[in-house]
Design a protein around this ligand. Structure first.
Ligand code: NAD
Length: 253
């Protein structure tokens, strides 16, 4: 893992109190970066993680807010940037599969309007809303943003076709935000494969072992594997913009 000296920088990580978001917060925090941890207002993991990370010496604050709520999202970004005095890095990581069990492409009846609205609001519009609110701060800082897409947004079946479409949207939006926010701000995405997180609680043993067997590197990604790539795209990768980096151990090859 590459280490960075990010003292004097400030970051906002959406969905930062668990999984990939929390692993990203930890790398940034250990590198000296101030971090605002976004979480849903009623998610107790937010204040718990802030307390735990502060006890480890990291400079973190809580940034409660729902990225699916247009006004709430903008207010949350503004409050985080103002509390930290600047915003160099934005990580748009909050996401939902919208379903506890996977929906195959032929199961059209299970793809309800509600599912579509939920995944698009959180996974795609949430990214745009955060980017829009953060843009003046990122421009002023000459910063960078990274979104968490998925191999489901490329040519791989995800938890549902609606989820896949939301993540394909993130990949497209990443290119356009890179065009729109450059030259001051670099904009990239990561596309994880199967990650060892709470999402797999309801997976069958067969689904779990398939995700390992099919991967060229013969293991599932840990949240830290994805966080490592996110921080590289934020703080390294000086000439990389508009790109989506697949981090899946070769699952989608
Ligand atoms: P996770 O459930 O631990 O993380 C998602 C976080 O987003 C949670 O903390 C959740 O509370 C938060 N969140 C959900 N809706 C929100 C909203 N409306 N506003 C604010 N926060 C909200 O799971 P994870 O695996 O760490 O997922 C992180 C990202 O990685 C997601 O965007 C997901 O789509 C993507 N991803 C995950 C996998 C996987 O296998 N787990 C694979 C590919 C991509």
């Amino acid at each position: 893992m590459i280490s960075y000296d990010l003292r004097g920088k400030a970051a906002l990580v959406t969905g930062g109190a668990s999984g990939i978001g929390l692993a990203t917060v930890r790398i940034l925090g250990k590198s000296g970066c101030k971090v605002a941890i976004n979480h849903l207002a009623d998610d107790a993991r937010g204040p718990e993680q802030v307390e735990a990370l502060r006890a480890e010496g990291m400079d973190v604050i809580s940034a409660p807010g729902n990225v699916a709520d247009p006004e709430g999202c903008a207010t949350m970004v503004e409050a985080a940037a103002s509390a930290m005095g600047r915003l160099d890095y934005l990580v748009c990581n909050a996401g939902t599969p919208g379903t506890r069990t996977s929906i195959a492409p032929h199961e059209l009846d299970r793809m309800t309007e509600e599912l579509w609205r939920n995944v698009l609001e959180v996974n795609l519009l949430g990214v745009f809303r955060c980017a829009k609110a953060a843009a003046p701060h990122l421009r002023a800082a000459g910063g960078a943003m990274v979104s968490t897409a998925s191999i489901a947004g490329l040519n791989f079946p995800g938890s549902s076709p609606a989820y896949g479409a939301s993540k394909a949207g993130v990949i497209s939006l990443t290119r356009n935000l890179a065009r729109g926010l450059g030259p001051e701000v670099r904009v990239n995405a990561v596309a994880p494969g199967a990650v060892n997180s709470t999402w797999q609680v309801d997976w069958t043993n067969e689904e779990r072992s398939m995700s390992i067997e099919k991967a060229v590197l013969k293991r599932r990604c840990e949240p830290e594997d994805i966080a490592d790539a996110i921080v590289y795209l934020l703080a390294g990768a000086a000439m990389v913009t508009g790109q989506t980096l697949v981090v899946d151990g070769g699952l989608s090859l």
